[in-house]
Design a protein around this ligand. Structure first.
Ligand code: 03F
Length: 209
């Protein structure tokens, strides 16, 4: 089976609201995937993503009936924290988590679209770099950008990455790419909806770390 199909996102309702519990259940499976990539270089990324999921979960479990959708959380925190908001609480955690999710989306989409470096077809550097430039780079100062360049060397080969997505099973490349496309059908609109929510609530910040 494929990691992706095990963690399929749910289809959004017409109002594009994202159900908090379903969202948390689905993203909670992502961090374990980093262990399959076979390099310690990914542990900082894994713990950053994990940390953000934990922060959102901590707010949700305090009052699940109040925080049915992700927007419920943002609106409640906006009222609670006033001028500190949005650089606080689950609002800040989701702001960063969604950037990691966007990175994964662009990376998977680029692989599914068959974008590759014709001279090094088994490397995913072009795909990873594209995802980084579009999803994260502008929020990183020069130090973190240098960390990215270092981590890039630990990026798995394309064939190993596709194998990891298939839980270590040897599957045909075409089958794996089909699974990726299938996964993106609900994943992309969910990530888009979260971005749209941040824009509509004026909750997006562009400081760098
Ligand atoms: C800010 C910031 N977080 C943190 O300081 C930086 C962490 C390390 C960033 C290193 C960059 C590496 C880029 C990725 C290269 C990957 C190569 C992959 C090859 C496959 C925030 O942190 C906190 O989050 C927030 O809670 C806090 O309060 O200002 C705030 C305070 O600071 C980030 O920049 C988020 C980084 C997210 C990176 C996500 C990368 C995902 C990488 C690989 C995905 C593999 C595909 C998986 C598919 C799985 C499908 C099932």
């Amino acid at each position: 089976m494929s990691v992706l199909l095990d963690n399929q996102f749910k289809e959004l309702p017409p109002d594009k609201s994202v159900d908090t519990k379903t969202f948390l259940d689905t993203v909670s499976h992502l961090p374990a995937f980093f262990d399959c990539l076979g390099s310690k270089a990914f542990s900082a990324i894994k713990s950053d993503i994990n940390g953000n999921i934990t922060k959102i979960k901590a707010v949700y479990v305090k009052d699940p009936a109040k925080y049915v959708t992700l927007q419920d959380i943002l609106e409640a925190e906006r009222a609670e924290y006033a001028s500190e908001w949005p650089k606080v609480g689950a609002t800040l955690a989701l702001m960063w988590l969604k950037r990691g999710l966007r990175f994964i989306q662009i990376l998977l989409q680029s692989l599914a679209d068959g974008e590759k470096d014709e001279n090094n077809p088994n490397l995913i550097k072009v795909n990873v770099t594209k995802a980084y430039e579009q999803a994260l780079k502008r929020y990183h100062g020069w130090m973190v950008q240098r960390i990215f360049s270092a981590v890039l060397f630990a990026a798995p080969y394309r064939s190993n990455f596709l194998k990891a997505l298939s839980k270590g099973e040897e599957v045909k490349e075409e089958e794996c790419l089909a699974n990726i496309r299938h996964f993106l059908v609900n994943y992309t609109p969910t990530v888009d909806a979260i971005y749209e929510m941040y824009m509509n609530l004026n909750a997006e910040l562009d400081y760098t770390v």
